[in-house]
Design a protein around this ligand. Structure first.
Ligand code: ZN
Length: 186
């Protein structure tokens, strides 16, 4: 991971509160192969660009209320996913632009979860931004990726018995993610 240039803010062990207080910014990029979980989603056969991300800290100060610790995250990625129309890889752009508020502990996050509009995370002195980047890219992946225009004639037609067999046997790699999305509070 491209973190050697910034020793003050190690992205894998970020002191989030200090980062927010200093209104600090952190950027990085790494090839797709460096992200273990994203690599698992990627289809072979297409070159993917590096995953680029940036994080901005913010301390929101309001009179009469405790200071709020925020992290704004942006990610630009493009993943080779399987086109659900022609079943060949399609380079699919995935953009993330989210803000997170950090609270003291898990109990606070649970208590606030229903009323809070924003995403809540638990404050840490060793917060792993890279893990968050990967989480968010996975959540932002389209459930049904497909080419705008598929590159080749469809290899199989619905009249082909092999096609129906393939449809039945093909597990849905996005089913688990769909559940994850539904369960997510936002
Ligand atoms: Zn296609």
């Amino acid at each position: 991971m491209d973190s050697k240039t910034d020793t003050q803010w190690p992205p894998e062990q970020l002191d989030v509160k200090t980062f927010a207080r200093d209104a600090a910014q952190l950027t990085g990029q790494a090839p797709l192969s460096a992200w273990e979980r994203l690599s698992e989603e990627a289809q072979p056969g297409l070159q993917a660009p590096a995953v680029r991300w940036s994080a901005q800290g913010e301390l929101k100060v309001q009179a009469g209320t405790p200071d709020e610790v925020w992290l704004h995250l942006q990610v630009h990625a493009a993943l080779p996913l399987l086109c659900q129309r022609c079943l060949t890889p399609v380079l699919t752009p995935v953009e993330v632009d989210r803000s997170f508020r950090f609270v003291a502990d898990e109990a606070t996050a649970m208590a606030l979860d229903d009323e809070a509009q924003e995403d809540l995370l638990v404050l840490s002195r060793e917060f792993n931004v890279l893990e968050l980047v990967e989480d968010e890219v996975i959540l932002a992946m389209p459930l049904v990726p497909f080419h705008e225009v598929c590159p080749a004639p469809l290899p199989m037609s619905a009249a082909d018995p092999l096609f129906e067999q393939a449809q039945e046997e093909r597990p849905n790699p996005f089913a688990a993610l769909a559940r994850l999305k539904v369960g997510r509070s936002s």
